[in-house]
Design a protein around this ligand. Structure first.
Ligand code: A3P
Length: 290
């Protein structure tokens, strides 16, 4: 059995953000902030496990007016900007360039702050993010398998994960919203009313969909349907990146799974930290943090 010292991927702290060796190249990441941004560019920004794959599906469907006949994968239609080798592709790609990223604000193109392009930030209850991330670590080969839930809980609280601190990620993007064309939406809003959420997203993107097209987008982006759409559910990702025997990308897709994982003590600790970190944050989240 491999010990943790055999683990081939390491975090490399770069300008205050953990990159993953073999997955990200610091030189390429540094180039991103000087990229020219077109008005038609769209960047979905998420902390890991907040519904990135979901937004990839929604964006591709809005672009195709609900049509799902293309067999291209979501991750090819709406790729990560920060992955090794993707920079050159971004610079040369035809418009519209739809991208996702987990990068913090300070590593993204400076042009965003001149209202170039559009940014959609998706936030999710960090307790559910933590749980989803714990399970994800068990099958993502580039992330070290946690010893147990408590060990991972502590790492997440310390920000010793890819994405670093959930609190910093969320606060720093939100703090710069007035400089950008920016839409803030939560995973929970999307769960509660997917149709209204898709309407909000498409109107932010200036895309007018007919009712029938909207219905198609919503139908093809429900959890139940995405689970069986091969372009959408990441089952095509090779085993050397995701060990599909150990988990599913489309795992539960629910709100409140943290209640099945957190102890009373962990919950109290988390609430205290949340209240301290987020007390100045102007948004009241729709989730019930208790
Ligand atoms: P769970 O592990 O809680 O199920 P990301 O893409 O940022 O890594 O986020 C993955 C999380 O989003 C997983 O959460 C996944 O199930 C959930 N998800 C993906 N598509 C979804 C959908 N259509 N509806 C609800 N949740 C979805």
């Amino acid at each position: 059995m491999a010990s943790s010292s055999d683990f081939k991927y390491n975090f490399v702290s770069h300008k205050g953000f953990n990159l993953i060796s073999g997955t990200h190249d610091p030189v390429e990441v540094d180039a991103i902030c000087n990229y020219e941004v077109r008005d038609s560019d769209v960047f979905v920004v998420t902390y890991p496990k907040s519904g990135t794959i979901w937004m990839q599906q929604i964006l591709r469907l809005i672009e195709a007016k609900g049509d799902l006949t293309s067999e291209e994968l979501n991750s090819d239609q709406v790729p990560w900007i920060e992955l090794q080798g993707k920079g050159k592709e971004f610079v040369e790609a035809p418009s519209p360039r739809l991208r996702v990223t987990h990068l913090p604000y300070h590593l993204m193109p400076h042009a965003l702050s001149q209202k170039k392009g559009k940014v959609i930030y998706v936030a999710r209850n960090p307790k559910d993010v933590l749980v989803s991330y714990f399970h994800f670590h068990k099958f993502a080969t580039m992330l070290e398998t946690p010893k147990d839930f408590n060990h991972f809980f502590e790492k997440f609280i310390r920000g010793d994960v890819y994405g670093n601190s959930w609190f910093e990620h969320t606060k720093s993007w939100y703090a710069h919203q007035d400089n950008m064309q920016f839409l803030f939406i939560t995973y929970e809003e999307m769960i509660q009313d997917l149709r209204s959420s898709v309407k909000r997203i498409s109107s932010f993107l200036g895309k007018n969909l007919t009712d029938a097209q909207l219905t198609e987008v919503v139908k093809n982006s429900t959890f139940k349907n995405m689970r069986v759409i091969p372009q959408a559910n990441y089952e095509m990702v090779p085993d050397d990146l995701l060990n599909h025997h150990n988990g599913k990308f489309m795992r539960k897709g629910t709100i409140g799974d943290w209640k099945n994982h957190f102890t009373v003590n962990q919950n109290e600790i988390f609430d205290q930290i949340f209240q301290k970190e987020m007390k100045e944050f102007p948004v009241s989240f729709v989730w019930d943090i208790k």
